[in-house]
Ligand binder design. Structure first.
Ligand code: FAD
Ligand code: NAD
Length: 468
C-alpha cells in the first residue's frame, strides 16, 4: 500500500494549490480527482470557461455597437458563430487543465483518478472508472471537494431548458429569451454573455437589489448600466414555480406587493448559489462531522474535528471563490509543515467580470453603518478620467471608505473598466494598513483607470480630488 504525508481529495484551485505547496515543502503528496481532467469547478465549468465566453461576447458587442464610432468600418453583416465560440472556450479550458497536470508532474505529485472515500481517518479508497479500487495511507488528508449548483426545492433541473451554469456554458443555440433566477455573480455574468449574443435576458432576484452582498452603490450603478444595455432586471421577486411545457419554461413569481407575475422563456438559468459537495466521501468512516447543508466545520487551522483531516475551499465556510480556496490550500500545507501562516479573510477581494467590471475589498458602507463606525467616503467617477474617455468606458466609479478618525482605508468598491485588476492596489494598500493619504500621495501613471483610485483617495482625505 502506498503511504503519503498528505493526500488531497479534489483537484480544484484549493486542492491543486495545496498539493503544489505540500510538494514544495518536501511532503510526499498525492491528489485524487474523480473526473478525467484536473482543475475542478474553476477550470472546467467555472471561472475559466465563463471568462472565455465573456471575452468572446465582449468582442462581438464591441464590433456591433462601438466599432463604428471608433472609425472602424466592418462592412457587411457581423455574425456570431456559436459553435466556434464554444470550441475556443473548450480549447482554453483544456489548455488550462493540461497546465495543472504539468504542474503536478513537475512537482512530483502522484495523481490518482477516481472517487476518493474515507476507509478510516488515515486511509482513503479510490474507486477508479475502470472498476478497480485502490486504498492508500496518509498521515494527513485534505478535503477539497468543492461545491455544486444549488437549486430551489420546487425546481426540476432538466438540464436542457431549466439549466445551471454548467449547461449555460455549453448551449448549442442562442436562447431567444433567457430567464435568470438569481441576480448574483453567475446570473449576471452569464446573463450578460447571452444578452450580448442577442438573447432577451430577464433577471429575477429575490432581494431588493442585484449583487446584494456588495456595497449598495455598486448594485445601483450596475443596475443602471445593465438597463442601458437592454437587460430586464426584476428585484424583490419571489419565484414560486418553474414549469417546463415543451420548449417553453413558465416561471411564476410574487412581486414586492404580492402580485403574481408570469414570465415565459425558452431557457431558464437557475443561479441561486452553490452548495458544498461531500457526496460519496463517506466522511462518517473517518469520524468527520458534516454540518449544515453539507458544509464541513473547521477551526482556525482549517482542521476538521479529526486532527489530521483538514478541509478547504468551497466545502468550508466563507466566500466560494477560487482565490480564497487557493489561499486556504497554501495555508493548510504550511500548517501541516509546522509553519504558522495567516489569512485575512476581510481582504479577500470579490469581483464580478461583467462589463463594466465590479470589484470590492474590505467593508461595505452598510457594514460600517451597522457596526457604528465613524467613516468617511471618497468617490471619483470614471467619466472624469482621460483614459475612460479615450476608450469610451465612462460608466462607474471608485469609492473609498476610511476611518474618519485615523484615515485608515476600511473598504474599497469599484465599478468600471478593468477594476478586476485595479482592486489589487486596494488589497495591497489595506494589507499594509494604508491611510487614504498614503494612496493619494502615490504616483499613478497617466492616463490610466488607476488614477480614479488616487482621486477617490484624495476625495476621502477631505475633498481634495483634483480632476472634478
Ligand atoms: P472545486 O473547484 O469545486 O473542485 C473540487 C474538485 O473535487 C472537483 O474537481 C471534483 O470533481 C472533485 N471531487 C469532489 N468529490 C470528490 C471525491 N469524492 N473524489 C475525488 N474527487 C472529488 N471564483 C472566482 O474566484 N472567480 C471567478 O471568476 C469564478 N467564476 C465562476 C464561474 C462559475 C460559472 C462558477 C460555477 C464558479 C465560479 N467561481 C469563481 C467559483 C470557483 O469556481 C470556486 O470557488 C472554486 O472552484 C472552488 O474551488 P475548490 O477547490 O474548493 O473546489
Ligand atoms: P450568489 O450567491 O452570488 O447569487 C445568488 C443570488 O440568487 C443572490 O443574489 C440571491 O439573493 C438570489 N436568490 C437566492 N434565492 C433566490 C430565489 N428563490 N429567487 C430569486 N433569487 C434568489 O450565487 P451564484 O451567482 O449562484 O454563484 C455561486 C457562487 O459561485 C458564489 O458564491 C460566487 O462567489 C461564485 N462565483 C464567483 C464568481 C466570481 O468571482 N466572479 C463568478 C461566478 C460564481
Amino acid at each position: 500500500m502506498s503511504t503519503y504525508d498528505v493526500v488531497i481529495i479534489g483537484s480544484g484551485p484549493g486542492g491543486y494549490v495545496a498539493a503544489i505547496r505540500c510538494a514544495q515543502l518536501g511532503l510526499k503528496t498525492a491528489i485524487i480527482e474523480k473526473y478525467s481532467t484536473l482543475g475542478g469547478t474553476c477550470l472546467n465549468v467555472g471561472c475559466i470557461p465563463s471568462k472565455a465566453l465573456l471575452d468572446s461576447s465582449h468582442h462581438y458587442d464591441d464590433a456591433i455597437k462601438h466599432f463604428e464610432e471608433h472609425g472602424i468600418d466592418i462592412s457587411g453583416e457581423v455574425k456570431v458563430n456559436l459553435e466556434q465560440m464554444m470550441k475556443r472556450k473548450s480549447s482554453v479550458v483544456s489548455q488550462t487543465c493540461d497546465g495543472v497536470k504539468f504542474l503536478m508532474n513537475k512537482n512530483k505529485i502522484d495523481v490518482i483518478y477516481g472517487v476518493g472515500s474515507f476507509k478510516d481517518s488515515t486511509h482513503v479508497t479510490i474507486d477508479k472508472t475502470e472498476g478497480e479500487s485502490e486504498t492508500i495511507e496518509a498521515k494527513n488528508i485534505i478535503i477539497a471537494t468543492g461545491s455544486k449548483p444549488a437549486s430551489l426545492p420546487f425546481i426540476k433541473l432538466d438540464k436542457e431548458r431549466v439549466i445551471t451554469s454548467t449547461e449555460a456554458l455549453k448551449l448549442k443555440e442562442i436562447p431567444k429569451h433567457m430567464i435568470v433566477i438569481g441576480g448574483g455573480v453567475i446570473g449576471l455574468e452569464l446573463g450578460q454573455v447571452y444578452n450580448r449574443l442577442g438573447s432577451e435576458v430577464t433577471v429575477i432576484e429575490y432581494m431588493d437589489r442585484i449583487i446584494p452582498t456588495m456595497d449598495a452603490a455598486l448594485s445601483r450603478e450596475l443596475n443602471k448600466v445593465f438597463k442601458k444595455q437592454g437587460m430586464n432586471i426584476n428585484v424583490s421577486h419571489k419565484v414560486k414555480s418553474v414549469e417546463r411545457s415543451g420548449d417553453e419554461v413558465i416561471i411564476k413569481a410574487d412581486d414586492k406587493k404580492g402580485n403574481e407575475v408570469e414570465f415565459k422563456a425558452d431557457y431558464c438559468l437557475v443561479a441561486v448559489g452553490r452548495r458544498p459537495f461531500t457526496d460519496g466521501l463517506n466522511a462518517n468512516a473517518a469520524g468527520v462531522e458534516i454540518g449544515e447543508r453539507g458544509m464541513i466545520t473547521v477551526n482556525e487551522h482549517l482542521q476538521t474535528n479529526v486532527r489530521n483531516i483538514y478541509a478547504i475551499g468551497d466545502v468550508v465556510r466563507g466566500a466560494m471563490l477560487a482565490h480564497k480556496a487557493e489561499e486556504e490550500g497554501t495555508f493548510v500545507a504550511e500548517v501541516i509543515a509546522g509553519q504558522k501562516p495567516h489569512i485575512d479573510y476581510n481582504l479577500i477581494p470579490g469581483v464580478v467580470y461583467t462589463w463594466p467590471e465590479v470589484s470590492a475589498v474590505g467593508k461595505t458602507e452598510e457594514e460600517l453603518k451597522e457596526a457604528g463606525v465613524n467613516y468617511k467616503e471618497g468617490k471619483f467617477p470614471m467619466r472624469a478620467l482621460g483614459r475612460s474617455r479615450a476608450s469610451g468606458d465612462t460608466d462607474g466609479f471608485v469609492k473609498i471608505l476610511t476611518n474618519a478618525d485615523t484615515d485608515e482605508v476600511l473598504g474599497v468598491h469599484m465599478i468600471g473598466a478593468r477594476v478586476a485588476d485595479l482592486i489589487t492596489e486596494a488589497v495591497t494598500a489595506m494589507e499594509f494598513r494604508a491611510s487614504a493619504e498614503d494612496i493619494a500621495r502615490m504616483s499613478h501613471a497617466h492616463p490610466t483607470y488607476a488614477e480614479a483610485v488616487k482621486e477617490a483617495a484624495l476625495a476621502a482625505t477631505g475633498d481634495r480630488a483634483m480632476h472634478i
